[in-house]
Design a protein around this ligand. Structure first.
Ligand SMILES: CC(C)(COP(=O)(O)OP(=O)(O)OC[C@H]1O[C@@H](n2cnc3c(N)ncnc32)[C@H](O)[C@@H]1OP(=O)(O)O)[C@@H](O)C(=O)NCCC(=O)NCCS
Length: 184
C-alpha cells in the first residue's frame, strides 16, 4: 500500500511526521495529561520520549508498511495541531488520532479523519476501517460516527489505558465496511 504523503482538507494539511517535529509535538500535546487521558500512552515527560515515538512508530511504521501516520497542521501553517494514523492487519485498517487541546471543538478531527477514512476504504485490499474508543470518550465516538462508522458493539476488557488504571477497560468497537452488494 502506498498512501499519499500529503492529504489536504478545506482547513488542514496532513503530512508524514519527521523526527524534527518532536519539539513542536511535545509542546502541543504529548506532555498534556488531558489529551493522553483516553490514549494507550502516558503523557511524555521529556522530549526524548516524543522523539522515540516518532522514530520507532511513525517513521519505522511507514518504512515497514504497516502503520501510516500524518501530522495535522492548519492549512495556513502554524505548529503541530495533532496526529492521525492507521495500522494495517490483513484486510483491516485501524484508525487512531489525537488533537492538541487548543484545537478541540471545531470539527477539525472530523475533517482529518474523514479524509483518511475515505482514502483507506477506497483501497481495493481494505474491507474494514475501524477504531476502538473508551465508553466515556464521547467526543471521539461522535467523530467516528461523523466519518461514517457504526457502533458495532462492546469489547470487554479490551484496552489498557495506562492513565485510567491497571485493568483493561471496556471499549466500543466502531467500523465502516466496504459494501460489496452481496451478503455472505
Ligand atoms: C476526540 C478528539 C479527537 C475530538 O476532536 P475534535 O476536533 O474536537 O472533534 P470534532 O469537533 O470534529 O467533533 C467532536 C464531536 O463531539 C462532540 N463532543 C465534544 N465533547 C463532548 C462531550 N463531552 N460529550 C458529548 N459530545 C461531545 C462535539 O459536539 C462534536 O459533535 P457534533 O459535531 O455533533 O457537535 C479530541 O477531543 C482529542 O484529541 N481528544 C484526546 C485524544 C483522544 O481521545 N483521541 C481518541 C482516542 S479513541
Amino acid at each position: 500500500m502506498n498512501p499519499p504523503a500529503m492529504l489536504e482538507t478545506p482547513r488542514l494539511r496532513l503530512r508524514p511526521p519527521v523526527v524534527e517535529d518532536a519539539a513542536a509535538i511535545f509542546d502541543a500535546y504529548t506532555q498534556d495529561a488531558q489529551v493522553a487521558r483516553y490514549t494507550t500512552w502516558s503523557p511524555h515527560r521529556s522530549l526524548d520520549e516524543t522523539r522515540n515515538f516518532l522514530e520507532q512508530h511513525c517513521v519505522a511504521g511507514r518504512k515497514a508498511g504497516n502503520m501510516f501516520s500524518w501530522l495535522i497542521t492548519m492549512s495556513e501553517g502554524g505548529p503541530a495541531a495533532g496526529m492521525i494514523d492507521f495500522r494495517l492487519t490483513a484486510c483491516r485498517a485501524e484508525v487512531g488520532y489525537v488533537l492538541a487541546q487548543r484545537y478541540w471543538g471545531h470539527g477539525l478531527m472530523t475533517e482529518a479523519a474523514g479524509a483518511v477514512v475515505e482514502w483507506v476504504i477506497a483501497q481495493p485490499e481494505i474491507h474494514r476501517v475501524w477504531a476502538t474508543v473508551d465508553l466515556e470518550n464521547v467526543a471521539s465516538q461522535r467523530v467516528l460516527e461523523k466519518v461514517g462508522m457504526v457502533r458495532e458493539g462492546m469489547l470487554r476488557r479490551w484496552v489498557l489505558f495506562p492513565n485510567l488504571g491497571p485493568v483493561p477497560r471496556d471499549v466500543w468497537s466502531f467500523a465502516r465496511i466496504k459494501e460489496t452488494g452481496t451478503r455472505s
